[in-house]
Design a protein around this ligand. Structure first.
Ligand code: ACM
Length: 626
């Protein structure tokens, strides 16, 4: 992917576009965060700018460092021709420090974990950081270079000191409901890296598909990776039984997974693989019916969405197979965490099973919730024995929490709060907090099919991961935040991008930026438009926000002044006053509108924003009545 953007040539633009582009540029000048997402901890702006020219030399003290290599590759791909020089191999005196960018890992002094210092003066740029810190400093540098609009590149002078608020900053992707190939997963990782997100939660198995090759149990993919057909539209209600009649599937070979892990490591992203159990396991049961409590029943890989009643039976045979699967998973994935699911496990099959009744009695458990706890505890013991830790969805609290488990709080924050109070680590990912990116991005019927809900960008941005009810000690157990992209209603890479963007940028700021530096107006109106402009040019899909100032509302009065801010750099805003949906053949917004409504009359100002690549916002509607 090429990260360059086309800077519009002002001379050939019509006046309206100048207004819009300059308005974004003007905002950027006033922006205390220099356009950077996520907003850094501290930015001290200074006069002047560093001019990157073809003669600028990149001095490095650790040329083999992967962050440094990432920067070299970036420069090459983006068409920069600068020479990179290993400081250790040359006589420093030969190089005046003028017109240099220095990347230093071997500096003296302390640095917060994952932190960096970036000093930009007219003569030189110095970036200091270790490990991920160097990588994140480079991401900031790249964003600043992108933001420049003077020829080869220029960066305004400043001192930036930065480090993340939380160690865990995650994005999830469900590849079971719909399969996303390696190229897309890498694109997703590219986005995560740009926005300093460091944990990719890969939801690899579910009722509707098993997506990871397990050599010991080949039927998991031979049978479990393919469903006969897929539900069309929403999960079936009484009025809808439409299926597409088309076999659907896909899985990753272990070789492909290793390649993705390597790609992620190069971007300082850890991958958390999720193998769902004991619920959401129908694809595995279809492959190996002996995993269920009723092996004779007959199973097929899920074709509709929802929660399957058929779940794994807690027999020794099941645990033996799960241990074998997890061993291969742990041999592949080097990270600390293995996610074992644990959510939405109906107990009907266990209640019907003589075996489960006996097990509950033998183990002196209270009920089937106790059995779920027994299940997770047994798996945890095995994962711990291999030197790893489990993460589970908050249902793993029910019936008693496994001793070392980290809890992902998705059904609100209650599970996370309870787990933190018990001294367990917690990752906050509540759907109610705007972190379910499969939820619609507005209430408008113009939004594409989604699971429902309403999680606008502003809601995701406003999420605060540390509940006030926790005391200081308990708060330390909130290790971070994650947004989830469930894909029942997301069948294509384009739609995955549409649902993830721009909300992923808000998640990035929730996970990274100190709360005191968060400011939604600054984020959405001063910084985001240029980022979306770049993504537009780079071929990403995203939801085009409604022009700021044009959001649906009803206002009363006779005279109105309407001032709009473009949500995407370079985009055009068209409007109508006649009640019809605007398109590119309508009036273009160029400067604030002054509108007069006669008494007892109503007028609608409808807008649409269209980006340079042709992406369109939904149509907004301001009803003005007098
Ligand atoms: C979940 O959304 N079932 C974790």
């Amino acid at each position: 992917m090429k990260h360059t953007i086309q800077i519009p040539n002002y001379r050939f633009l019509i006046p309206g576009l100048i207004f819009l582009f300059l308005s974004n540029a003007a905002f950027a000048q006033n922006d205390p965060y220099m356009g950077i997402i996520p907003a850094p901890v501290s930015v001290t702006k200074a006069k002047g700018e560093f001019k990157l020219t073809p003669e600028t030399i990149i001095l490095v003290d650790t040329p083999d460092n992967k962050a440094v290599k990432f920067f070299n590759n970036y420069l090459k791909k983006a068409g920069y021709v600068n020479t990179v020089i290993d400081m250790g191999q040359v006589d420093r005196k030969k190089y005046s420090l003028k017109n240099t960018i220095t990347l230093s890992l071997n500096f003296k002094g302390e640095m917060p974990l994952e932190g960096y210092h970036l000093q930009i003066s007219e003569n030189q740029v110095i970036l200091e950081g270790r490990g991920a810190g160097m990588f994140y400093g480079i991401q900031t540098l790249i964003q600043l270079l992108h933001g420049s609009n003077a020829g080869y590149g220029s960066i305004p002078c400043a001192v930036i000191k930065d480090h993340p608020r939380f160690p865990y900053r995650g994005m999830h992707l469900d590849v079971a409901r719909h399969f996303f190939d390696v190229d897309f997963v890498k694109k997703y990782l590219d986005l995560m890296a740009m926005y300093k997100l460091n944990n990719f939660h890969w939801h690899l198995t579910d009722d509707q598909g098993w997506r990871i090759e397990i050599k010991k149990y080949p039927k998991l993919t031979e049978v479990g990776a393919m469903r006969a057909q897929t539900k069309i539209g929403r999960a079936a209600g009484p009025d809808s039984m439409l299926y597409d009649g088309t076999p659907y599937g896909g899985f990753y070979t272990q070789e492909q997974i290793a390649d993705v892990i390597h790609y992620a490591e190069d971007r300082y992203i850890n991958i958390v693989p999720e193998i769902e159990m004991p619920g959401h396991s129908l694809a595995a049961i279809a492959a190996y019916p002996e995993l269920s409590c009723d092996p004779e029943k007959g199973y097929k890989v899920g074709e509709n969405w929802g929660v399957s009643q058929d779940v794994l039976c807690p027999t020794d045979e099941t645990f033996k197979m799960l241990d074998g699967i997890l061993l291969e998973v742990m041999e592949l994935f080097p990270g600390k965490y293995i996610h074992i699911g644990g959510d939405e496990c109906p107990k009907i099959a266990w209640k019907k099973s003589d075996f489960c009744r006996r097990l509950i009695s033998e183990q002196s458990l209270n009920d089937e919730n106790g059995l779920q706890s027994y299940f997770v505890g047994r798996i945890e013991k095995y994962v711990n024995s291999q030197g790893r830790s489990i993460i589970g969805w908050d249902e793993i609290l029910e019936g008693g929490l496994a001793p070392n488990a980290t809890v992902m709080s998705w059904r609100g924050e209650g599970g996370g709060i309870a787990a933190a109070q018990l001294g367990h680590d917690v990752i906050m990912t509540p759907g109610s907090g705007g972190l379910y990116l499969d939820h619609a991005q507005s209430k408008s019927p113009q939004e594409p099919l989604s699971i429902g809900g309403n999680a606008p960008l502003s809601k995701t941005y406003a999420y605060e991961p540390v509940p006030a009810v926790l005391n200081t000690e308990q708060q330390k157990h909130v290790i971070g935040v994650q947004a989830n992209v469930w894909t029942e209603y997301i069948a294509t890479p384009e739609k995955a991008e549409y649902m993830a963007l721009p909300r992923m940028m808000a998640v990035s700021e929730v996970g990274w930026t100190p709360p005191a530096n968060k400011d939604y107006t600054n984020f959405s109106q001063q910084r985001l438009p240029n980022h979306l402009g770049k993504l537009d040019a780079a071929g990403f899909d995203f939801r085009v926000p409604i022009a700021y100032g044009a959001e649906d509302t009803t206002i009363s009065g006779g005279n109105f002044k309407v001032e709009l801010v473009s949500p995407v750099a370079g985009a055009k805003i068209y409007y109508t006053l006649d009640g019809y949906a605007p398109r590119e053949t309508d009036l273009e917004y160029k400067s604030p509108l002054t509108l007069t409504i006669p008494e007892h009359q109503t007028m609608h100002l409808k807008t649409i924003t269209i980006t340079p690549s042709g992406k369109r916002s939904i149509v907004s509607d301001i009803k003005m009545e007098n």
